[in-house]
Every structure is written in structure tokens, then in C-alpha cells.
Design a protein around this ligand. Structure first.
Ligand code: PGA
Length: 266
């Protein structure tokens, strides 16, 4: 079967949910549920406490680990923070950066996200950079302005070769945890806008290879519509990644849509 230019990716953002034993339970069941899926990259982003031991459980499986945040120094007097080096040793291949909950509750801004993006890439960890507008921005017709500012700020000063490595998650803030997802059309419109902007950072050939995810109330019954879109390469899933049944349905639906996409002329 032909391969897509951008390998599909689905990441489960558990946020502040699951103890270590709950995490192990989940992962053991998920492994069984998705053994057949080898053409979708599956990532679990548990709390820090579960990372190291989950890495042992996931070895040799088709599921990879990501963290939900990190600081940008390798080590030092930063009480409560976690460094890229620590995440790397714990087995993380990905790290979510600039999630709207970090921006809203912890005051993270694009300049800090930018430092973290650079630190992750230096360490060989792929950043999943979250950008997206608030409801008031959308209602004021400012979606593109806000998304552009966040994207430009997060990627400032990155060489095109490094820029190609990042993953961008478009997550409209009004859709996160609300059950009110963006329509597939709205998500495609913004994703296409993002891909065009990425040409400025990465050049047109590399921009075509950067994976764009949609996030915000993704569920088993709406995922297919997103994956059918030409600029959407996967999903960042919050609530629906906490139950094996829902998350595995989402993963399998992505697999099915990806197979359909592979059949279409690009
Ligand atoms: P949700 O969260 O799927 O629960 O809306 C998405 C996210 O925060 O990444």
C-alpha cells in the first residue's frame, strides 16, 4: 500500500489524570486493542509520574510516550520543573508544548513556548505545539490573527530543517473539553492557513511534511470527518483518550481513513 507523505499521528493527552497503577492497567489493555494498527503512530501522554515505568511496559509495542510539558533548561534550580534530558531518559519521543491550559492557568506565552520548542528539538524530542483561538477571537473574526501570532512566536529563530520536525496541533480553545468540536470544515480551513504560514519558516517542500493535528472534543463519532481533510494528519485527544474503548475506536477510525487517503491520488 502507498504511504502518506505525512505519517498519521494520534496523541492522548491525559492531563492530570491516572495514577501509575491506573496508567499501567490502561496501557496493557490498549496494547491488546491496537496490536493490528501499524500505520498510525500512537502516543500516550501521561502525567510525569507514570512515564518511566510505562516506558518499560511499552517497549516493543506500537505505542510511544509523550510528556505534557517541560522546562527548557537541562538542569538547575527550577523547583518543580522537568528537563528535556529527564524526559528523554524516561523514554519520551514527544512533548506537548503551549497547551491552552498551560497558557491560561500558568501564564505561558509564545516566547516561553519558543524556548521549550528549541530545547526539545535539541534533545531529540518532537514538540507537539498547541495553538488555537478563544471563542471571543473567533467571534471577532480574529482566528487567523491569533493562530498566526502563536505560530510565528513559537517557531521564531528555528532553522527550516528543525522546523520540519515539529508537529502542530490546532486546538480551538472553545472546543477543548466542551463537547463542542469545531466542524471538519472549520478545522481544515485553519489547518490549511497554518500549512501556508509554515512555508515561511520551513520552505514549501518541508511545510508539506509537517504534521498538523486537530484537537478539541475529538470522539469516536467525529474523528473520521477530521482525518478526511487534506491538511489534517491526526488528532490530539483529551477526554476520549482516558477510556481504552473510546481511544481504540478513534485509533481504528484513523487507520481506516488513512487507508482511504492512501488510495486517493495526492
Ligand atoms: P478534549 O481535550 O479532547 O478533552 O477536548 C483536547 C486537549 O486538551 O488536547
Amino acid at each position: 500500500m502507498p504511504q502518506l507523505l505525512r505519517p498519521p499521528l494520534v496523541a492522548g493527552n491525559w492531563k492530570m489524570n491516572k495514577t501509575v497503577s491506573q496508567a499501567h492497567n490502561f496501557v496493557n489493555n490498549l496494547k491488546e486493542a491496537v496490536t493490528e494498527v501499524n500505520d498510525v503512530e500512537i502516543v500516550i501522554c501521561p502525567p510525569y509520574t507514570a512515564l518511566f515505568s510505562l516506558n518499560q511496559v511499552l517497549k516493543g509495542s506500537n505505542i510511544f510516550l509523550g510528556a505534557q510539558n517541560m522546562y527548557y533548561y537541562e538542569k538547575g534550580a527550577f523547583t518543580g520543573e522537568i528537563s528535556p534530558l529527564m524526559l528523554q531518559e524516561a523514554g519520551c519521543r514527544y512533548v506537548i508544548l503551549g497547551h491552552s491550559e498551560r497558557r491560561i492557568y500558568f501564564g505561558e506565552e509564545d516566547t516561553l513556548v519558543n524556548l521549550k520548542v528549541k530545547a526539545a528539538l535539541r534533545t531529540g524530542i518532537t514538540p507537539i505545539i498547541c495553538i488555537g483561538e478563544q471563542l471571543a477571537d473567533r467571534e471577532a473574526g480574529k482566528t487567523e490573527e491569533v493562530v498566526q501570532k502563536q505560530l510565528v512566536g513559537s517557531l521564531a529563530g528555528l532553522e527550516p530543517e528543525l522546523c520540519q520536525m515539529v508537529v502542530i496541533a490546532y486546538e480551538p480553545v472553545w472546543a477543548i473539553g466542551t463537547g463542542q468540536n469545531a466542524t471538519a470544515f472549520e478545522a481544515q480551513e485553519v489547518s490549511n492557513f497554518i500549512r501556508k504560514l509554515l512555508v515561511n519558516n520551513a520552505g514549501s517542500n518541508r511545510a508539506k511534511k509537517i504534521r498538523l493535528l486537530y484537537g478539541g472534543s475529538v470522539k469516536p463519532d467525529n474523528i473520521a470527518g477530521f482525518i478526511k481533510q487534506p491538511d489534517i494528519d491526526g488528532a490530539l485527544v483529551g477526554g476520549a483518550s482516558l477510556e481504552v474503548a473510546d481511544f481504540s475506536l478513534i485509533i481504528k477510525a484513523i487507520k481506516k481513513e488513512v487507508e482511504n487517503k492512501c488510495q486517493q491520488p495526492s
